[in-house]
Structures are given as structure tokens and as C-alpha cells.
Design a protein around this ligand. Structure first.
Ligand SMILES: NC(=O)c1ccc[n+]([C@@H]2O[C@H](COP(=O)([O-])OP(=O)(O)OC[C@H]3O[C@@H](n4cnc5c(N)ncnc54)[C@H](O)[C@@H]3O)[C@@H](O)[C@H]2O)c1
Length: 377
């Protein structure tokens, strides 16, 4: 039987969840709410679900899981309220904007015997899971070092209200970092120590998003928009992580890992699919396509699909895990660890000191093709 989902936060990202919910066997989005009632009413009309208020949704007895798609600054408040109301919660990334808030969410869930799930679930996608399978099978030997890079010139040219991207809890580390860091944690295990440098490349950002009510407005930048961090993993692997919204153009791969026997290139972890490349010792790069994997075929945007976008897979897998009484993969412990890594990166960059990451997690288990297929309706 499907779990009944109540969605809070009817903004930009909610459409993909509302579209994809029908793909998955274990979830049904039945109601939505937003601080802006008209936003909830628009989504409800478009997807044939009920629009309600946040308070009513939280009090609704027939909702099993709250899907929290609010802005990062509201994640903790909404997730804690959902848990307080006796509901499991699945939140967009980041889990919260501070480690204390993230820990409070994980602790509240534990105390009540409820689940916390958190994006990104792209780590359950075909490309990261294939990379995981290859690493676990020893394709590159023992991972030694690597480079992860997410570089662009910001968000003010496409998002209708890009303010939150440039405030504490935003920036490229908190906004895009979760994709890269969750991928690295799934592939290599938890991070132990961080060293970093950082800067604010531009003190203000001007909104250029066409049609945005904020067009032409300047946003004051209050968080680092460039960091260069060195992540030391428990396993002994060392990965350089570059995250910037101050870069116009570049030629770096999203993630490249080098082991004792070979090298691995992982495609953009913001999507579920893409081409993996593996080179053994001095051999050439060999490509592995994941387009024929369950969560790897391009499906987005509808009509002219370019990317595999199965957002909601982590929520569906959590619903299945609850029913089966086993741990889920895109879980609160991983999200809290990733949040602690992000906070440590900012702290290390600002203080100039190495920062240990005390909140650790275990690597979620591998998601095989058969199990991925079983999630699909
Ligand atoms: N936009 C994307 O492409 C994208 C991609 C991946 C993840 N995300 C993540 O999804 C989340 C939402 O991003 P978005 O782009 O949809 O933002 P958005 O600003 O478009 O939408 C957020 C919505 O949440 C509502 N909201 C804010 N605080 C609330 C509260 N306390 N209670 C109820 N509703 C509240 C707002 O009114 C708004 O409608 C963020 O955590 C972001 O990091 C966004």
C-alpha cells in the first residue's frame, strides 16, 4: 500500500516531485501547502491534489510522510513540526542550515521512532550506483585522491527569487555541495577532517531572471561564493573540493577519483544518469553508459528529455524501507554528516584552521538494478 505524502513548499522544485510521484509504487502525494496559499492552490489544481494550510496539513491524521520542499532556512522548523505531529519527514537538501538544527531533527525523529530522509537522492541514480559497484568491485583499487568541482557564475540569472542562495545556509557549498559531498560519502565513506580557503567574489548580485518580480534588484552577498577545500576521508582518501559561483567558464570534470589501480570519472551528480569513464593503470578511458539502467534513462524535461531526473526516488525508497522495517538510504544520518562537512568547510575557510568532522555516518547500502526496478510503479 502506498504511503500518503503531504507536500509543504510549492515552489520551483515541487513540480518534479509531483510529476515523478506517479512513477513510484510506494508513494502518493495527496495534499500540498505553502506559506503563500495561492502557490499551493496552483499546484493542487495542476496535479489534482488537495490544497490546504501548513497547520491543517500537519494535523491531518491520514498523512504518513511530510515532504519538506521549503527554502533551506525553513527546513528545520517545518521538519521539526512534522515530527512533532507524528509524521515521518523527507526534506530537500540541505537537512538544515546549521549542524545544531540538523542534529535536533535527527534526534527528534529517533526519540519518536520516526524516519528522516533527505535529498539528494541522485546518489540512488544509475551513475553513482554504477560508480559505487565499480569501486566496491575494485575497478580502481584503493581510492587515494580525487577532485570534485562545481563551478559556475551563480543562480541570479535563472531563479525567480535567488535571494536565499546568497545568504548563510546558501552559497555553492550548501546549495550544490550536497550533490557532490553525498556522492563522495556514498562512494568513499565519511569525511574526517577539512582544510579550506574561501572568498566572496562579488559583494552584490543583480537578478537578471526574465519575468522575475525581482528583475534588476541587487542582492547583498552574505556567504562565501568560492571555496577550495581538502577533504580527508576516514578511509584515507583525500579529495579536493572546489565550489564557486564566481567562475564564468572552466574545463574541469564534476568528479574524478584516482585509486591504486585506476581512475574513475563520475558524471554530474545533480542528475541520476550519465556516462562513467574508467581507466585501468595506463590504459585509455573506457565509457560505461547508464542510460539503460532503471534510474538512468533521460526523462527530463518532458517532451525533449536530456537528463535522468528521478527526484522522489529517495522518498519512495524510504517509504518502502519503513514498510519493510529496514534502514533507508537517503537518510538523516548521511544528511547530517554532509551538513557537518559543509559547515566545517565554511568554518575552515573563515578561520584558516583544520576542522574535524565529529558527526559521522555509515555508507548506505548499494542499490542494485532489481531493487531499483521494484520501486517503479
Ligand atoms: N530549484 C531547484 O532547481 C532545486 C533543485 C534541487 C533542490 N532544490 C531545493 O529545494 C528547496 C526549495 O527550492 P525551490 O527552488 O523550490 O525554492 P522556491 O523559493 O521556489 O520555493 C520554496 C517554497 O517554499 C515556501 N515556503 C518557505 N517557507 C515556508 C514555510 N515555513 N512553510 C511553508 N512554505 C514555505 C515558499 O513560499 C515557496 O513557495 C531548497 O531546499 C532547494 O535547495 C531546489
Amino acid at each position: 500500500m502506498s504511503m500518503r505524502i503531504g507536500l509543504i513548499g510549492c515552489g520551483n522544485i515541487s513540480d518534479i516531485y509531483l510529476v515523478n510521484a506517479a512513477r513510484f509504487r510506494d508513494i502518493e502525494i495527496v495534499a500540498c501547502a505553502d506559506l503563500r496559499a495561492e502557490a499551493a492552490e496552483r499546484k493542487a489544481a495542476k496535479y489534482g491534489i488537495e490544497a490546504t494550510s501548513v497547520d491543517r496539513l500537519l494535523a491531518q491524521g491520514d498523512i504518513d510522510i511530510v515532504l519538506n520542499l521549503t527554502v533551506p532556512a525553513a527546513h528545520a522548523e517545518v521538519s521539526l513540526a512534522a515530527l512533532e505531529g507524528g509524521k515521518h519527514v523527507y526534506c530537500e537538501k540541505p537537512l538544515a542550515t546549521t549542524v545544531a538544527d540538523g542534529a535536533a531533527i535527527v534526534e527528534a525523529a529517533r526519540a519518536k521512532g520516526l524516519r528522516v530522509g533527505c535529498a539528494p537522492d541522485t546518489v540512488l541514480g544509475a551513475s553513482v550506483q554504477e560508480a559505487r559497484r565499480q569501486i566496491d568491485a575494485g575497478a580502481i583499487g584503493r581510492p587515494l585522491l580525487g577532485l570534485a568541482a562545481v563551478l559556475s557564475h551563480g543562480m541570479e540569472h535563472w531563479h525567480p527569487d535567488p535571494t536565499f542562495f546568497f545568504k548563510p545556509g546558501g552559497g555553492p557549498v550548501f546549495d550544490m555541495g550536497p550533490y557532490y559531498l553525498s556522492t563522495l560519502v556514498n562512494l568513499l565513506g565519511p569525511v574526517a577532517l577539512i582544510q579550506a580557503n574561501g572568498q566572496i567574489g562579488f559583494t552584490t548580485r543583480t537578478v537578471t531572471t526574465e519575468g522575475s518580480p525581482m528583475l534588476g534588484q541587487a542582492i547583498r552577498v552574505e556567504t562565501l561564493t568560492t571555496v577550495q577545500a581538502l577533504l580527508s576521508f576516514e578511509s584515507g582518501a583525500q579529495v579536493t573540493f572546489l565550489a564557486s559561483w564566481d567562475v564564468w567558464n572552466h574545463g574541469l570534470r564534476p568528479i574524478e577519483l584516482h585509486g591504486t589501480e585506476g581512475s574513475l570519472r563520475v558524471p554530474d551528480p545533480n542528475w541520476f544518469g550519465g556516462e562513467l569513464e574508467i581507466a585501468r593503470e595506463r590504459g585509455d578511458w573506457a565509457k560505461t553508459r547508464t542510460a539503460d539502467h532503471v534510474l538512468g534513462a533521460a526523462n527530463w524535461p518532458a517532451g525533449r528529455p536530456e537528463h535522468a531526473n528521478y527526484r522522489g526516488a529517495g522518498l519512495a525508497e524510504m517509504a518502502r524501507a519503513i514498510a519493510e522495517g529496514r534502514p533507508h538510504r537517503a537518510n538523516g544520518d548521511v544528511a547530517l554528516h554532509v551538513l557537518a562537512v559543509m559547515a566545517a568547510i565554511i568554518e575552515a575557510a573563515i578561520s584558516g584552521r583544520s576542522v574535524e568532522v565529529s558527526q559521522r555516518c555509515t555508507r548506505p547500502s548499494f542499490l542494485g538494478e532489481d531493487e531499483a526496478a521494484s520501486l517503479i510503479a
